[in-house]
Ligand binder design. Structure first.
Ligand SMILES: [Fe+2]
Ligand SMILES: [Fe+2]
Length: 374
């Protein structure tokens, strides 16, 4: 395919590429980050619990599903290189990197088994670190939702999510601290997305950005690492986190469905555009740029090959398995002449529209019975 035959969205993608690679985290040494949150805190005097039965059910479920991160078996011996190789060895994107090692003239053609082991560790540590930073974003976003949502059932539910997210930050931070002594600061593009979600004055945008887009992607990413590892502590930790996350996405879907019913076409279009922009940012920008720098490889040479690789495309598409059906459930796919349907079609992920959405799927992840019998 020549450049002129490329779809406009693909050309734009490559043009954007140089720009976003040049944007990096410049305050990695700072100990705090301040983001304006621009929103009104809302009291409600309507305390009638259960006006929204689906939210009430979710709240009751959440109260019974609390687990204690301290109870995980932290004495488990973790062989870092073994678990990192195991996770990488089963990962579609990493498999493509191993093919590049065998390809003459590629930026990693000189890599041998030692470099592959080191790359696996760096990549594993990077992913866990971004999980941890993203979880802190979820903690702050949900605390904001407690303040800004006007319904008591939603405030109750969101407060359980604040506790869930604190626990998630805690367990990822502890796993990194005790088992994976490799530090990565937050990726600039992840931070920028979290900043946008937290800074927006419209309360439903915090929901859409965090509960549907970021949580939807996280659920798919956790699921992939959970499937690819046999390390018992990490596997259990991820399964417990996923059982909470599935509830969180359900919370977003149940709330926004009601809110969007009353929105104008123009308001819905803004939400469609926000959702699509967030999807592109998550697809293209989370390139593990810092890992390539650490490994001494030029990400500008590696990334275009990654973009073109079918394995990598499969990896990226899988990240949308939750986002697309949930957007459909919210009515965002087809509103306004199907604008978002067309966009998801262009980037090759519309085939997930009929996959199970997360408004009910959380039951499949439930661990309450297991907790009760422990
Ligand atoms: Fe979380
Ligand atoms: Fe969450």
């Amino acid at each position: 395919m020549t450049a002129t035959e490329q779809p406009a969205s693909e050309r734009q993608r490559m043009e954007d590429f140089d720009q976003f690679l040049s944007e990096t985290n410049t305050d990695a040494e700072a100990s705090i980050r301040i983001v304006e949150d621009n929103a009104d805190a809302i009291f409600t005097w309507d305390y009638a619990k259960g006006k929204r039965p689906a939210l009430e059910k979710l709240y009751e479920k959440a109260k019974k599903s609390q687990w204690n991160g301290s109870d995980l078996d932290w004495d488990t011996d973790v062989d870092l290189e073994k678990v990192a190789r195991e996770v990488n060895g089963n990962d579609a994107r990493a498999q493509y990197v191993s093919q590049l090692m065998a390809s003459d003239g590629s930026p990693v053609a000189h890599w041998g088994d030692k470099e592959w082991g080191q790359y696996s560790i760096e990549s594993f540590a990077w992913r866990l670190a971004q999980f941890m930073h993203g979880e802190q974003g979820a903690l702050l976003a949900t605390a904001k939702i407690v303040e800004t949502v006007p319904w008591i059932d939603a405030k109750y539910y969101a407060s359980t999510q604040v506790m869930d997210e604190a626990r998630h930050v805690e367990v990822f931070a502890r796993y990194l601290d005790e088992k994976v002594p490799v530090d990565y600061p937050v990726n600039h593009h992840l931070q920028a997305l979290l900043d946008d979600i937290i800074a927006d004055s419209r309360w439903d945008i915090t929901y859409l950005g965090m509960q549907i887009m970021v949580e939807g992607l996280a659920l798919a990413a956790f699921g992939s690492m959970h499937k690819n590892t046999q390390e018992p502590l990490l596997k259990k930790l991820l399964r417990y986190v996923m059982s909470d996350e599935a509830r969180h996405v359900a919370f977003g879907v149940l709330t926004l469905q009601e809110v969007y019913e009353d929105f104008t076409q123009a308001e819905i279009r803004e939400r469609q555009e926000f959702a699509f922009e967030a999807a592109l940012r998550m697809r293209d920008r989370f390139l593990q740029q810092e890992v390539w720098e650490q490994m001494g490889a030029d990400v500008r040479q590696v990334a275009p090959r990654l973009f073109a690789s079918p394995d990598n495309q499969e990896f990226q598409h899988l990240l949308f398995t939750k986002i697309v059906p949930n957007c459909k459930k919210l009515g965002l796919l087809d509103a306004g002449d199907g604008w978002l349907r067309e966009r998801f079609g262009e980037i090759g992920v519309i085939q997930y529209e009929n996959w199970v959405d997360t408004s009910e799927e959380y039951n499949a992840f439930a661990i309450a019975d297991e907790l009760a019998s422990a």
